[in-house]
Write a protein that binds this ligand. Sequence first.
Ligand code: ATP
Ligand code: MG
Length: 503
Amino acid sequence: MIATRYQQMIKRLGNLIDSRMEADGPPPDTLARFFNWALSGAWRVIGLAAFISALAGATEVLAMFLLGRVVDIAASTQPIGDSAGLLIGAVVLLMVLRPALFGLSASFQSVVVGPNLFTLVVGRLHRWTLGQAVTFFDNDFAGRIAQKQMQVARSITETVIETVNAVLFALATVIGTAFLIITIDARLLIVLAFWIMSYVFFLWIFLPRIRSRSKARAGAAAMLTGQVVDTITNIKTVKLFAGTLHESDAAQSAMQDLRGRALAYGEVATLFRFGLITLAGVLPLAMVGFGLSWRDAGVTPGDLAAIGAVSIRLSQMTGWVSFVLMAVFSHIGEVEDGMKTLTPPHQLTDNVDAKPINVTAAEIEFRDVSFQYGGAAGGIGGINLTIKAGEKLGIVGASGAGKSTLVALLLRLYDPENGDVLIDGQAVRGVTQDSLRAAIGMVTQETAMFNRSARDNIIYGRPDATDAQMIAAAGKAEAHDFIGDLRAGRRRPVCTRSGGPSG
Ligand SMILES: Nc1ncnc2c1ncn2[C@@H]1O[C@H](COP(=O)(O)OP(=O)(O)OP(=O)(O)O)[C@@H](O)[C@H]1O
Ligand SMILES: [Mg+2]
């Protein structure tokens, strides 16, 4: 009963952010606007999480305050009965308020924000990447792009969670501490302020260095993934050319580069941690020391206990907070690194008024078409060609003559630099890309197989095909018996790609 109630509550909390929300327009390429693009639609919930975390931070100080009052009672001669209110207050704070706020804060971190933000951001980035033109993928490593999508989404999520949970929690504790101290001796506030200034100065020196070194480290990590995935994807070519050694050297050099960057990061991180722990020790020393020396001005033993507890707590917390800040700045560096790769505008887009293509006769015309892949030579030039409806045409030419380029232009994988390609009088650059490519059947030189079931591979171009259509297609490709044998275990998959057909 309680268990199902709890599960229902978690489920409801988990749905507070809709992780499928689409982004507003293209991703900006400056940090703040990029964060806003990635997180738009979730800000209200993030704000709520921040508020709860700050409340939890404030209860910490309240607990220290109560501790101080208890010490005062112990030192005085009043009967315990006079302090019933205080005891009830302590029970309510420690047994009700504090667990409730911390529990709520934890659920916001692990249920509301964590799982949803990652999905939200990686979904947005992935949608944007899929819309990039072929050129975008021609010019980069697949593994590098994938790694950056994951890295950016993870880093944005962590930045939010850690800022909300640590930074705001700490801020609330610091403000609460300031209030507590004012009630004791306002001069102590000056001590605290002075210490906070040194702390902020320390962060100001170190955090930018951490950020830039983390950015370099993230770049090197993505490069290594790119290198490794590229080798594995093309493993047949690698073996064919006896290139294993060469590939492992290339990967090794990327690994060494990453190691160097990680060392540079470690160098600054170590110094940062060392300086910080030293600085943290100064706070309780100074606060209790000054408190003691101002005993004549009415600082009670209870006050001293409260000051001591709160400043030890604060100094422990600053260690933790700076660790978190270090992580946050590392994440920001990683986001900056990934942003550069992932935010370029799409090179090939549908016109705003693009309509699906309407193929009636299927006459194809190349009208004065030139295309050189953006270079000064190569590609094709001045092509005028009409292929009548129903006409079958074989195009023959030396390697590099431009046969594949011609087909790529028909499919609008690139836009011609000059001229137009038309189907039934409609320029291919004027119709929607999806409708154009759905209307053309294309068999390439290279085989391609997704690491999914044979069924998913066969119906990829027409996901709504019936089983009969799927089997007919497999039969035409003379693959039906082969797949049947595999399923029945009569044959082992021999010449298949990674994973091989299954299901
Ligand atoms: N991605 C590319 N970037 C730059 N130039 C390219 C690219 N792809 C092809 N080219 C150039 O365009 C020209 C035509 O190449 P294309 O691939 O269309 O030839 P092809 O006739 O299909 O050759 P093959 O018979 O080898 O398949 C060549 O000169 C080639 O160098
Ligand atoms: Mg070709």
